[in-house]
Ligand binder design. Structure first.
Ligand code: ZN
Length: 136
């Protein structure tokens, strides 16, 4: 694994939270994106070389809606940047970690993503992400 790519924060209202985080970080969100397959609306902020991702549920069945019902707003996941997501998944399942999706899927911000089940990672939802390199 390379570095922490971003920290994901579950919020109830992304417009309000965009305003709040703009004030907090002193810079506006540089990107918003809805990932309908995941039931989330996302918004990204840069903090130096790090990123914060805000996530709002787009429907009641969204994992974000369920998370907020259970735990309230707050840190939802930590995402690590990886070079080769398939190899990382192989390595981590070999170490006994439980993956939520064995096959990487397309997430926000042009990334292939795999999530690890929090029950195998001390209660923290971990996201692996590999940048999708667009060939020209
Ligand atoms: Zn994320």
């Amino acid at each position: 694994m390379n570095k922490i790519e971003h920290i994901g924060i579950a919020v109830k209202n992304i417009e309000n939270s965009n305003e709040l985080f703009s004030k907090l970080l002193g810079a506006p969100s540089y990107k918003t994106e809805t990932v309908e397959s995941e039931g989330v609306k996302t918004s990204f902020f840069k903090v130096g070389s790090n990123k914060i991702e805000l996530l709002e549920a787009t429907n009641a069945d969204s994992p974000i809606a369920k998370f907020i019902d259970k735990k309230g707003e707050g840190i939802h996941h930590i995402a690590f940047d990886v070079e080769n997501i398939e190899e990382e998944v192989k390595r981590l399942t070999g170490e006994g970690f439980v993956v939520l999706n064995e096959i990487a899927k397309k997430g926000a911000d042009n990334k292939l993503v795999v999530f690890l089940h929090p029950k195998s990672t001390n209660g923290v939802l971990i996201e692996l992400c590999q940048e999708i390199i667009l060939k020209e």
